[in-house]
Design a binder for this molecule. Structure first.
Ligand code: BEZ
Ligand code: FE
Length: 286
């Protein structure tokens, strides 16, 4: 194959994929090459722009390590992560919707009992969270494993600090009636890590790096599909411009503010606190 020009080169590359032993890989790469070539032709990509793109991806690679995954951040901010999440989580109406996993989940979170304070020193206004884990017919899902993680009032997750103390991160299990409750802190908006190439790209595009305040949940129970989702705080100024496109109206809830007084668990609070109630509806696995 010789003398390929700007139009015939695409089919020439695709022809080389015909022998792929992994059929799915062949199909995915064929589509990727077609879209990449079409993109380059559509924008009439210059050599300088191609070099800038290579430099950008190289920087993304260099800053990525065991703690920092800039490629996922790139995927998140381009909306690709949320697109893949949406396609992987087509659920019947009535089920709690899924949203992005995010880079701040870590395994090995401490197991707590319902009612415990999971903040473990994380800064923020106390918040009492409660709700039920249910199936689509309203049936209680007892003993569901509930993993919860959130940022503190400074906008940082425990894993972003030195040391390996778990804060505002826990595993709980739903009670026989499907209910759960715990104490933590009020979620606040925070910027995604933006001191690297992805942050520079956002700034160059006139985009901010903020995510609206949210709590992360991952819920698993035998007989049900795993649910990875957030609960977002109503009224947050970033609900309509989430840097990673993860907001679903059905996941927005009221954090109710209370002045000092008696908390839902009977604790006499000497300072203001909040409460949040949110039920999760799981889809049965087939
Ligand atoms: C998060 O919510 O933890 C998150 C999600 C995507 C990118 C950065 C952070
Ligand atoms: Fe988050």
């Amino acid at each position: 194959m010789r003398n390929l020009d700007e139009n015939t080169i695409t089919d020439a590359v695709l022809k080389r994929h015909e022998g792929a032993s992994n059929v799915r890989l062949g199909a995915v790469m064929t589509s990727l090459v077609r879209h990449l070539h079409d993109f380059a032709r559509e924008v009439q990509l210059t050599e300088e722009e191609w070099e800038a793109g290579i430099r950008f991806l190289t920087e993304v690679g260099h800053i990525t390590d065991g703690n920092r995954q800039e490629f996922i951040l790139l995927s998140d901010t381009l909306g690709l992560s949320m697109l893949v999440t949406a396609m992987a989580n087509r659920k019947p109406v009535g089920c709690t919707e899924a949203t992005v996993f995010g880079p701040f989940f870590v395994g090995g979170a401490p197991v707590h009992r319902n009612g415990d304070d999971i903040a473990n020193g994380a800064g923020g206004e106390p918040c009492f969270v409660s709700g039920r884990i249910m199936g689509l017919e309203g049936e209680a899902v007892p003993n569901a494993r509930i993993e919860v993680w959130q940022a503190d009032s400074a906008g940082f997750y425990d894993v972003q600090y030195e040391g390996d103390t778990h804060r505002a991160r826990a595993v709980l299990h739903s009670l026989p009636d499907g209910s759960y409750h715990f104490r933590s802190i009020v979620a606040e908006p925070y910027p995604i890590p933006h001191d690297g190439p992805v942050g520079k790209l956002l700034a160059a595009l006139g985009r901010h790096p903020w995510r609206p305040a949210h709590l992360h949940f991952m819920i698993t129970a035998p007989g049900y599909e795993r649910l990875v989702t957030h609960v977002f705080r109503d009224g947050d100024r970033y609900l309509d411009s989430d840097a990673v496109f993860g907001v679903r109206s059905s996941l927005i809830a009221d954090w109710i503010h209370h002045e000092e007084g008696v908390a839902p668990d009977g604790t006499r609070m000497q300072s203001p606190f909040s409460t949040l109630a949110f039920d999760f509806v799981l889809n049965r696995s087939s």
